[in-house]
Design a protein around this ligand. Structure first.
Ligand SMILES: [Zn+2]
Length: 254
């Protein structure tokens, strides 16, 4: 255990929140890593959950990862879009208090970047500066031939497979499918932000997740604050852990 971990391990929940607040207050370089937990608090489904995965398999006869893979998309595009439109694009999400809190942090000049691998782009409604979307966004769709861009609603409301209204070609969704590589430029920017961060706020995920782990490995300080409702055995690797909903805690910290 490092010095911060030893100090924070013995703290009460209230003391931890106060300590996290003081770390953020003293810092001028905060970076946020936002996970699926932040989106679940807004109403998003988590396909990694057993109950959801089971329902999808019953309904679509395939597991969510398979449907959301590049291989499936290429050969069974119609079924892919059926799933994508119903299960992802039709989910209605309501931003929680987390988002105005992130905006407040950005406007105070402390926040230098937000890294996320959630695809819903809910942050677009807020002024939060640089966002690195490692898995892309449901809002970044383009024609596979003429590159014309299409809003999410165009895909969601299309009948059957969405096609370009100019050239009739298929539209490529703006998200990274399983089996595809992350965009190198975005990954490089995200890693740069983490490596320069003074305070790293990891929200609504655990440190075991591959994407999180990759980014966190580049963090060089001892002020990694993890806020998550769901405990995980890797939580102890954080310098300070708060086991509560992100939307309940974050507004108290900024
Ligand atoms: Zn086109």
């Amino acid at each position: 255990m490092n010095e911060t971990q030893t100090k924070t391990a013995a703290m009460t929940p209230e003391e931890r929140i106060e300590y996290a607040r003081s770390l953020i207050q003293k810092s001028d370089n905060v970076v946020i890593m936002a996970g699926i937990g932040v989106m679940m608090e807004c109403g998003a489904l988590n396909f990694d959950r057993d109950t959801e995965a089971y329902r999808i398999e019953e309904q679509y006869h395939q597991c969510p990862e398979e449907i959301m893979s590049a291989g499936f998309y290429n050969v069974r595009m119609e079924r892919f879009y059926d799933f994508y439109k119903k299960e992802i694009l039709s989910t209605s999400l309501t931003p929680t208090a987390t988002f105005p809190a992130i905006e407040k942090l950005y406007r105070s000049g402390k926040l230098k970047g937000v890294i996320t691998y959630t695809i819903y782009g809910l942050h677009n409604e807020f002024d939060i500066g640089n966002v690195y979307e490692l898995d892309g966004s449901i809002h970044d769709n383009h024609c596979s031939k003429c590159q014309k861009k299409f809003p999410m609603e165009y895909i969601r409301d299309s009948v059957g497979m969405p096609v370009c209204d100019v050239c009739g070609s298929r539209i490529r969704p703006g998200i990274r499918l399983h089996g595809e590589r992350m965009r190198n430029d975005i990954l490089t920017d995200a890693v740069n932000a983490v490596s320069k961060a003074d305070v790293l706020l990891v929200l609504g995920t655990n440190l075991f997740d591959t994407n999180v782990r990759y980014a966190v490995n580049h963090y060089q300080n001892e002020k990694l604050i993890l806020i998550t409702k769901h405990e995980h055995f890797t939580d102890k690797a954080a310098d300070l852990v708060i086991h509560e909903s992100v939307c309940d805690v974050l507004p108290k910290l900024v």
